[in-house]
Write a protein that binds this ligand. Structure first.
Ligand SMILES: [Zn+2]
Length: 63
């Protein structure tokens, strides 16, 4: 995870962490990122609900 983004309201759903941060343009973004080794899933969403849903339904492609 890039160190220059300051996430707040970070929660963990399974292996996936969801956090809210401001992007370089000052817009609020909601990021879901999987912490499992070799998975690498990470995506930004416009709403917190979308990010949490993605985290809940995420399945790692590698075991
Ligand atoms: Zn994963």
């Amino acid at each position: 995870m890039p160190a220059n983004r300051h996430f707040r309201n970070v929660i963990r759903i399974g292996p996936v962490q969801v956090g809210t941060a401001y992007d370089s343009r000052g817009h609020e973004k909601h990021t879901a990122a999987c912490t499992a080794p070799r998975c690498g899933f990470s995506a930004d969403y416009d709403s917190r609900a979308a990010a949490e849903l993605a985290a809940r339904t995420h399945h790692c492609p590698v075991r």
